[in-house]
Design a protein around this ligand. Structure first.
Ligand code: CA
Length: 231
């Protein structure tokens, strides 16, 4: 699947140039011309990386960065800031706020692309699942695609396993039904009947997980998340 990069920049020429070149590199792109759009798109589309210009009309880039890192839905999305030379201190604030890297304007395209690839690589490393996950009585063996509850094997369908894995991988982040549909079923247009597919699968998955079903939490009118901590 192509990785999606959200470009947040009000200078349309830069956006166009980045769109063109990132597509050439095999990425999918989205773009936002102001901070509000950026927050909206990041929450809805969950891109793999965000290129964030700090100088934006309305909500500025640092504020956007802060908000993205605060929201559980978007906190894990890597951010590369675009800064001007004169914004030396903003750069430091941005990194403190959780941005992953920065590139100073005017930037070389080749450098930016190298940074993008490095940040995506690091993010993937961080995302890697352990081969076996044990939480309470639940054991998920990702290598063998096996699930045990109280040491007894649980028969899951491929989609149910994929659903469980996707939820676990999100590390507590809330995943929307649309996101789950798109990731697991690859349906682009989530109409009513299709979004219900997710609910149906969650229901059977919970039934099969029995006493450990409580790890899958429903977030009303939105989606689901996996809670590793037991209380
Ligand atoms: Ca700008």
């Amino acid at each position: 699947m192509k990785e999606t990069i959200l470009i947040v920049e009000d200078e349309k020429d830069i956006v166009k140039m980045l769109e063109y070149n990132l597509k050439k590199e095999g990425f999918k792109t989205l773009s936002a011309h102001d901070g509000e759009d950026a927050l909206d798109l990041a929450g809805k589309e969950h891109p793999d990386l965000i290129i964030l210009d700090l100088m934006l009309p309305g909500i500025d880039g640092l504020e956007v960065c802060k908000t993205l890192k605060k929201e559980s839905k978007t906190a894990s999305i890597p951010i590369i800031m675009l800064t001007a030379k004169s914004q030396e201190s903003d750069k430091i604030v941005g990194l403190e706020l959780g941005a992953d890297d920065y590139v100073t304007k005017p930037f070389s395209l080749r450098e930016l692309i190298a940074r993008i690839k490095a940040v995506l690589r690091r993010a993937k490393e961080k995302d890697k699942l352990p081969e076996i996950l044990k939480i309470g009585e639940l054991t998920v063996d990702f290598a063998k695609i096996r699930v045990l509850v109280k040491d007894k094997p649980v028969e899951l369908t491929a989609k149910e396993f994929e659903l469980l894995k996707t939820l676990i991988k999100a590390k507590g982040r809330v995943l929307s039904r649309d996101y789950l549909l798109d990731t697991i079923w690859g349906l682009d247009h989530a109409i009513e009947i299709q979004t219900r597919t997710v609910d149906v699968h969650v229901r059977t998955l919970r039934k099969k997980l029995k006493g450990e079903a409580g790890h899958i939490l429903t977030v009303k009118n939105y989606g689901y998340r996996f809670e590793a901590d037991e209380d």
